[in-house]
Write a protein that binds this ligand. Structure first.
Ligand SMILES: [Zn+2]
Length: 153
């Protein structure tokens, strides 16, 4: 989360410099940070029996969840969005561009720094595996998380 706030501040400043639009810069910042709100759906779904909010951040960093949806974390949306930006001139508004840059930046950072399966951030990949978290984590990350849980007892 802090990395997204820092990255979004920097990228939003660049968006402002590029488009000279405060609204576009703000849109970029908000999109870059708040895509992660989709984690709340996953957390509630996985913890529907024993809901404890203080475990929210620990769950995403270290625990093994049953299912991961993260619907907004999908490169497919970026591709569709890009196609719209290229093909439909009316879509090319500063705010829409700002939102797009924030979205791509967030997804790119997650893709680079979260050591999950190669295709984890594709909706079709997650759908194909019925959103089973093991496939999202990837083999190495999955083993690491299992070990972490065992060490804690
Ligand atoms: Zn994210």
């Amino acid at each position: 989360m802090p990395k997204h706030v820092i990255a979004s501040v920097i990228v939003s400043a660049l968006v402002w410099w590029w488009l000279r639009s405060s609204a576009a810069a703000l849109a970029c910042f908000l999109m870059g940070v708040f895509i992660d709100l989709d984690h709340i759906v996953d957390f509630i779904y996985n913890n529907r029996r024993h809901f404890r909010f203080h475990r929210f951040f620990v769950a995403f960093e270290f625990e093994v969840m049953e299912n991961i949806f993260v619907f907004l974390h999908s490169w497919e949306f970026a591709v569709i969005w890009l196609a719209l930006l290229l093909c439909v001139p009316d879509v090319r508004q500063p705010v829409v561009l700002g939102l797009f840059v924030g979205f791509v930046t967030h997804l790119g950072l997650d893709n680079l720094f979260n050591r999950h399966a190669r295709w984890a951030y594709f909706l079709f990949y997650r759908l194909r595996h019925d959103f089973v978290a093991k496939y999202f984590y990837g083999a190495r990350e999955y083993r690491k998380r299992l070990k972490h849980i065992r060490c804690r007892g």
